[in-house]
Structures are given as C-alpha cells and as structure tokens.
Design a protein around this ligand. Structure first.
Ligand SMILES: [Zn+2]
Length: 183
C-alpha cells in the first residue's frame, strides 16, 4: 500500500479545507474515507475523494491477456499477466496455457511476450488458450544469439545469425503497440 492508501474511517482532510467527494463522508469535522482506496485531494475543486482500487485484476473468461512466459513445460506454458484487454495490471496473476494441440516444436520460449485468451478458471488456476490467429507470440528473440528475429511464413528467422526457429506467432507479431510501450 502506498502512503495515500486509506482504510474506511481514515481522516483524509479537514472539512474546512475540503468537501467530501466520492467514497468519503463528512463527520462534521473531518472528511473520512468510507472505503479502502487511494486518497485524492483535488486542490482546484477542493474535493477530497477516494479512488477505489479496481477489483484485483483477475481476468475473466474471454479476456485477452498479454505477458511474458515465465515457464515452459512439456505440454503447457505459464504466463505472468501484465495486460488484461490492453489495460496494464500489477497484480501479477499467472495463467497456464495448454500447448498440447499445437503442432510446433517451440510454441513460445521463456521471456517471450505472448497474447492469450482466458478459457476458464479451474481449481484456482486460470487457463488460457493460444489457439487463435491473433493469439501467440508478440515479441521474441533468437534462441541462439538473442538477436532480432523476423517472421518467415510460419517460422521466424534471426537477422543476426540466420537461425530459423518455430513459434506460435500472433497475427500481431512485431506489430503491436505493446512493444512500443515497453521501449
Ligand atoms: Zn541469432
């Protein structure tokens, strides 16, 4: 929690200075928080309010998520979710994605950035799929030398050492705002 984090009942401003805004109440003396959240003191409007945190960002079924591959297993990959439907999230939720049905030697490698779609939640695990054209690897590097790769039909080729490799590429491969955001 940051220093602007509040709990219900916390004093956030004096009513002489600020009016009670969203998620706050006025106890006759102080403006107090009525919810957990982040304190916002608007100096222009003189309104004190609490920004309620977005519910811990657990992706829902059908959401598109983007993040780095954190583990590659024989029939699945684990991905740490950085974006849900294009919005950044800091909750660091992970999901797993079965790669069993994809006929490629390498679907995605550790640290590749992939786009997945959430399929279901089972026993506390979030399952996603990679099996649609826009899903798959958005950003990757050469496995041999770490060089920049370019797509070549279904494969990728390193511009440095010419190593050719497979990935399940997204149709947005190397063509994503997300990559520009990271730079
Ligand atoms: Zn290379």
């Amino acid at each position: 929690m940051s220093e602007t984090a509040t709990f219900p009942g916390d004093k956030i401003a004096s009513i002489e200075e600020y009016e009670a805004g969203q998620n706050t109440f006025d106890d006759g003396d102080m403006v107090r928080a009525s919810t957990v959240g982040e304190k916002i003191l608007d100096k222009t409007t003189r309104i004190a309010s609490i920004k309620h945190p977005r519910l811990l960002s657990i992706p829902r079924i059908g959401d598109t998520v983007i993040g780095p591959v954190v583990a590659v297993m024989s029939s699945m990959i684990a991905v740490s979710i950085d974006y849900i439907n294009g919005k950044p999230t800091t909750s660091k939720v992970e999901c797993v994605c079965s790669t069993r049905n994809i006929r490629k030697k390498n679907i995605a490698l550790a640290n590749d950035i992939v786009a997945l779609k959430i399929k279901n939640h089972l026993n506390g695990t979030i399952h996603a799929t990679i099996d649609e054209p826009h899903l798959g690897v958005l950003f990757t590097k050469c496995r041999k030398c770490g060089g920049k790769v370019v797509p070549m039909r279904d494969a990728i080729k390193c511009t440095e050492c010419s190593w050719i490799d497979e990935r399940k590429l997204s149709s947005n491969f190397n063509n994503s705002d997300f990559i520009r955001l990271r730079e």
